[in-house]
Design a protein around this ligand. Structure first.
Ligand code: 5GP
Length: 180
């Protein structure tokens, strides 16, 4: 089993880059169908979504726009329950078809706040694409979660944009902590 160390924590391989990319290709194909004749605005939630956004957008061949926003809601390996806006929403989202791009939905708190902020600006539609979802950690129901890459157990993961204390975002595969 391929194991790595990030700071004080040991991780083992969980999802290989090839598996991730194959799944993302299918998500992109689905979006091309769902948004045919539209021009969606993808809004990536920084920092974790940057690699997912980069690979996803390459599979999307309809006209589209890309923007990013940043909130902070997480410390260490468990949700802190706080959401702070660090980089705000892009301007002019009124009447746009929005696709929020997230790396992972854990409790759903971050996304609930983001969706509320977006809907206040009266977009035409809002859907969420999350690479990962931890169904057993969900505390807030997310109706708009239309595209999920992988449902994973309630374990801490790192790599492919996701960090542990700021590190590990550059790993091309996704790893899971061997111990909680
Ligand atoms: P939520 O608000 O859904 O509880 O948390 C969402 C955010 O927490 C994600 O955008 C991500 O930044 C962080 N997060 C949740 N679970 C994990 C995980 O297993 N690994 C990493 N690296 N971040 C996580």
């Amino acid at each position: 089993m391929h194991k790595i160390q990030v700071e004080d924590k040991e991780f083992e391989i969980f999802l290989e880059n090839d598996t991730i990319n194959k799944r993302i290709r299918l998500m992109g194909i689905q979006m091309n169908v769902d948004y045919e004749n539209k021009c969606p605005l993808f809004i990536g939630v920084l920092n974790g979504s940057f690699l997912f956004m980069a690979d996803l957008i390459k599979e999307v061949n309809i006209p589209c726009e890309v923007a990013f926003m940043r909130v902070a809601s997480y410390e260490g390996t468990s949700s802190s329950g706080q959401v702070k806006e660090l980089i705000g929403l892009p301007a002019n989202i009124k009447d746009r078809d929005i696709i929020v791009v997230e790396d992972i939905v854990d409790t759903g708190l971050t996304l609930t706040h983001i969706l509320k902020m977006i809907k206040e600006k009266n977009p035409a539609s809002v859907k969420v694409a999350s690479l990962l979802l931890k169904p057993s950690a969900l505390k807030y129901e997310i109706e708009d979660l239309a595209y999920v890459g992988f449902e994973i157990p309630n374990e801490f993961v790192v790599g492919y944009g996701l960090d542990y204390n700021g590190l590990g975002r550059n790993l091309i595969d996704i790893y899971r902590a061997t111990e909680a």
